[in-house]
Write a new protein. Structure first.
Length: 85
């Protein structure tokens, strides 16, 4: 499973070998998930590489990223997000 967490004002893209909810710190918010393996995980990192926040593990919530998240959320029946808060 590929998961997308809001961590502060950034997005973290992670992978879990199970369908369990990923571990997160207090204040982190699970935004979306999608079925996938480590290959898809790497592909998502490449897809959004232009929005990487420096050398860190976070991504800026750019329109392209938000559009992808909203696509996943719509498939899951969740409301769209407009911006990170």
């Amino acid at each position: 499973m590929i998961y997308y967490l809001q961590v502060g004002d950034l997005l973290k893209i992670g992978h879990s070998g199970t369908t369990d909810t990923p571990r997160r710190s207090p204040g982190d918010r699970l935004i979306a998930t999608e079925p996938g393996d480590t290959t898809l995980h790497r592909q998502r990192h490449m897809q959004f590489r232009d929005h990487r926040d420096g050398d860190g593990d976070g991504y800026q919530p750019a329109p392209e990223v938000i559009q992808h998240l909203n696509h996943l959320r719509a498939k899951a029946g969740a409301p769209a997000i407009r911006r990170f808060v």
